[in-house]
Design a protein around this ligand. Structure first.
Ligand code: MN
Length: 199
């Protein structure tokens, strides 16, 4: 989902008097682009997968979360662009506010572009427009190549996140099931929620 004014949709959906989520600033120049996966217990549990593109975080909600098994095709529903500093958000969003619930930083790191079949590096923005992006994640839980593929356009736009078959692909680890805690703070969703409540 893209909008002509960066972060317009994001800001419109939120009341910054009520939520501690960031209003949004831009990254410094020359740093490797980042990705973050935020585990979000809202009305339903999902994983928000975000990659930095042109100063904002392109975002998808993944109900089942990412898998390291190339056989798993994980539904990824695009959501509005989020500000770059949203990648630092771990905490609660007040009930009644958009996305109300608890968020933890499940995994994070940088990413690099992978060449396409012809060996060419397609800029991410161009890949997103074409509906096919391949990136290499340098995370703690997620490493290696991942493909994002759009399979439905229009109002019900939908993508798939698929682990590419490389050395990091495995069926031995299931991080969504076995590594539930924050990759940043080590906290569980319950701990994050509790600490926010006592603040
Ligand atoms: Mn979410």
């Amino acid at each position: 989902m893209s909008d002509s004014k960066p972060l317009y949709v994001y800001r419109q959906k939120r009341n910054f008097q009520k939520t501690a989520e960031p209003y949004g600033k831009h990254p410094g120049p020359g740093e490797a682009p980042i990705f973050v996966v935020q585990k979000h217990q809202a009305s339903t549990l999902h994983y928000d997968f975000r990659i930095e593109v042109d100063g904002v975080l392109k975002s998808w909600a993944i109900p089942k979360g990412p898998s390291l098994d190339p056989k798993d095709k994980r539904l990824a529903v695009p959501t509005e662009d989020h500000p770059f500093d949203y990648a630092d958000f771990e905490g609660t969003i007040p009930e009644g506010e958009y996305g109300g619930g608890t968020v933890l930083i499940w995994d994070e790191g940088t990413y690099s572009l992978l060449p396409d079949k012809k060996g060419e590096l397609i800029p991410v923005q161009e890949g997103l427009e074409k509906g096919h992006v391949t990136i290499f994640l340098h995370g703690k839980k997620l490493k290696g190549g991942f493909a994002l593929k759009r399979f439905k356009t229009g109002k019900d736009e939908a993508w798939l996140l698929i682990k590419m078959a490389d050395e990091e692909a495995t069926t031995d680890r299931n991080p969504v099931r076995d590594e539930p805690l924050s990759g940043r703070s080590g906290k569980s969703l319950e701990q994050v929620a509790k600490e926010a409540a006592t603040r």
